[in-house]
Design a protein around this ligand. Structure first.
Ligand code: R5P
Length: 295
């Protein structure tokens, strides 16, 4: 087996190769003057089981093209099997046509990965809210898994069992509830309405008593930060002593900085997207998922 990191998979790919005890290499990349990608393998893939590690943030469009080119080329050069690990799998939130004529990107992207030649697929905390299982996205063996243990350990370390965990919307209840169970603390959820890409309206609030308590808002993704900031405003009005944010995928440093500027005490995320707030390591969970197989 050979782990090859694409441009958004280097930090986590190196750790994954170590956990699996296999060789590690990086995909060489330059951008031609006209903007096209020029890619080349630094290792011989012939006859090998190749694992490509590629996150979809930053630059989801370029990341996708890079990954598709890498998969196809590995197959052309005689790789025995190609496994894709997408620590953060983008394009999954557009999982239905919310407005008539809109592109539903999730299955287009999964099918492109299959079409390029991938034999199996792994992702962390995939956005599967309106998708019942990975089989709706892929025909190849595919696995979506969580890092709830790592998230619970972070909450315990910072606040012990006295914290209150809040899910900022109905889609986050699964992750929030499970993490709260692992911590052994209280949990509740808010209701949210997204008016546009960045405008968010919270239409109802949790009933739990947050007065004087340290609250941790837990979500799978933080993109603009609007969801967390909206929920935090309610929590402050409800008398919370402090509000922190814990998520799996934080899309950028800027989003984390925005949360901090808006009074969020601690911002913590995993290294599925590499930012200065990446304090949780997902590589060991990825290795365990791979060792137990894709389905
Ligand atoms: C929504 O379904 C997700 O779970 C997140 O709540 C959402 O994507 C966060 O986006 P933003 O940070 O832009 O509010």
């Amino acid at each position: 087996m050979l782990v090859i990191a694409c441009s958004n998979g280097k930090e986590i790919g190196k750790k994954l190769a170590k956990h699996l005890g296999v060789k590690y290499s990086e995909l060489w990349k330059e951008v031609f003057p006209d903007g096209e990608l020029h890619l080349c393998f630094n290792a011989d893939v012939k006859g090998k089981q190749v694992v490509f590690v590629q996150g979809f943030s930053p630059s989801p469009n370029e990341s996708l093209v890079e990954l598709l080119f890498a998969i196809r080329t590995a197959k052309e050069l005689g790789a025995k099997k190609v496994t894709v690990v997408a620590p953060y799998f983008g394009y999954m939130r557009q999982d239905r046509r919310f407005h008539s004529g809109e592109v539903k990107s999730n299955t287009i992207v999964s099918r492109l990965i299959e079409f390029a030649g991938a034999d199996s697929f792994y992702t962390v905390a995939g956005h599967l809210h309106r998708v019942n299982s990975m089989t709706e996205l892929f025909k190849i063996p595919a696995k979506n898994f969580s890092i709830h243990e790592e998230m619970a350990n972070w909450v315990k370390k910072k606040f012990g069992t006295k914290a209150i965990v809040i899910g900022p919307d109905i889609e986050s209840w699964r992750v929030g509830k499970h993490v709260a169970q692992l911590v052994g603390c209280k949990y509740d959820t808010f209701l949210k309405k997204r008016v546009s890409g960045s405008k968010i309206k919270h239409t109802a609030v949790a009933t739990i008593d947050c007065k004087g308590r340290d609250v941790v808002i837990i979500d799978d993704i933080v993109s603009t930060g609007g969801t967390i900031i909206g929920a935090a405003e309610h929590l402050k009005k409800m008398g919370a002593k402090s509000v922190s944010a814990l998520c799996v995928h934080l899309m950028s440093d800027a989003a984390g900085d925005k949360l901090r500027r808006n009074g969020i005490r601690f911002v913590a995320a995993s290294n599925t997207v590499q930012t200065k707030y990446s304090v949780l390591d997902a590589s060991s969970a990825i290795a365990s998922a791979m060792l137990s197989g894709p389905q």
